[in-house]
Each structure stands twice: as C-alpha cells, then as structure tokens.
Design a protein around this ligand. Structure first.
Ligand code: HEM
Length: 193
C-alpha cells in the first residue's frame, strides 16, 4: 500500500461508502466490498507466500498434457510462475480481477493442490481479509516524510526460502482520526470481556 497509494485510497473510498466511519468492518460486509476482494487476490498473486508449494510424490503413473509422469516422481508446482502468467505480472494491479477474467483465482493456487492442500486455507484467507478491512478502515499508510521529500519509494525485498515474506521497510502508519482510536478501544473492550 506504501508503493501503491492510489490502490489504498480507492480501498478507503469503497470502505467509507459502504460502512461509513461509525463502526469497524465485519465479515457481514465482505460481499459489499468488491475492490477489497480484488486487492486480496492481487496480494496473493503478486507474491505468493509459498512460491513453490510443498513437493508431492506421484503414487502411480500419470500423464499431463502429453507428458508421461512415472510413479515415484517428485513434483514441484511453480505456484509463483502460474500466478505470474498474466499481463504485466510485476505490476500490482487489483483491477485485473475487477472484470470477468480468465486468470485463475489465486486462492485456488496459493494453498497448494490435491489431498495435501493447506488445511488452514479458510482460516488464513478469512484472517487476511479481516486484517485488511480493519487496516483500511482505521489507518493511513504512506511513505515516510523523508521518502516523500525525496520522492522515493522504499525498495521491496522479500526473504528467500520455502515461505517468503517482505523484509522490514520504513513507512508511516497513523490512525485515520481520533474517532477510529475510540472504535478500536471499544472493540478491544469486547475482546477483553
Ligand atoms: C496465506 C497463508 C497460507 C498459505 C499461502 C499456505 C500455503 C500452504 C501450501 C502451499 C501448503 C502445501 C500444500 C500442498 O502440499 O500442495 C500448505 C500446507 C499446510 N498448511 Fe498452509 N498456508 C497458509 C496458512 C496456513 C495456516 C493459517 C495454517 C494453520 C492454521 C496452515 C497449515 C498448513 C498445514 C498443516 C499444511 C500441511 C498439510 C499436509 O501436508 O497435509 N497453513 N500451506
């Protein structure tokens, strides 16, 4: 969101229109926030957390698009490549999912495949949505004042390894208003009870 302020602004506009500023978003709002849904898909597509999945072993002879795959073969599915097989794959552009598209839904790819598909996928996907919706509703995220002054963006670097995530970078994260601080404190009271 630091590198794509226009995406963040659009997400805030959508959320403000649907929810207003008097409460925090809940799962009941999910169906009314289509642009946020596009961002969730684009986040998963742009840098899938497990880019090569977990290796699988073929238990019996198989074939795929004319290729014979003998029993016992270890298969590594290139999740990253599947999700980058699109126009301008390095661009972070949630709009690519706004219209009807032939692109695969990243949620059907990032969690792996078959019998050993990630059992935490529904929990993970719902948690990410919930965090995203509440971040968009309550916080302003932007470049640091230094980056703004120099008109530069923080470099994005990812860890390498089986699970991939962004390396720390400097940015500015502030409450959108004093009202949201109260809303968060109220929500916390419910959790503490
Ligand atoms: C965005 C978050 C997550 C992503 C992208 C993800 C992705 C994956 C992938 C690609 C696999 C390998 C599937 C395969 O063999 O084809 C996997 C396996 C697994 N995941 Fe996740 N996962 C996520 C979150 C979670 C969470 C939150 C949990 C637990 C609450 C979880 C638990 C597991 C377990 C136990 C396996 C091994 C399943 C098996 O081999 O039978 N994952 N995950």
């Amino acid at each position: 969101m630091v590198r794509n302020p226009e995406v963040f602004r659009k997400a805030q506009e959508e959320l403000d229109q649907v929810i207003g500023s008097g409460r925090l978003p809940t799962f009941d709002d999910r169906g009314s926030l289509p642009y946020l849904e596009c961002i969730l898909k684009e986040v998963l597509r742009w840098n899938p957390p497990v880019p090569l999945g977990i290796p699988h072993r073929v238990m019996e002879d198989d074939s795929y698009r004319g290729y014979h795959i003998p029993k016992g073969t270890t298969l590594i599915v290139n999740i990253f490549a599947i999700l980058h097989d699109c126009l301008e794959p390095e661009e972070f552009r949630p709009e690519r999912y706004a219209q009807k598209t032939d692109l695969p839904d990243p949620r059907e790819v990032v969690f792996g495949f078959g019998r050993r598909i990630c059992p935490g996928r529904h929990f993970a996907e719902s948690s990410v949505w919930c965090i995203m919706a509440n971040v968009v509703a309550t916080l302003d995220i932007s470049r640091t004042p230094e980056d703004q002054e120099r008109d530069t963006f923080p470099e994005f670097k990812f860890t390498s390894g089986f699970v991939r995530h962004p390396q720390p970078f400097a940015c500015s994260i502030r409450p959108r208003s004093s009202k949201v601080t109260t809303l968060i404190q109220e929500a916390k009271t419910h959790i503490d009870l």
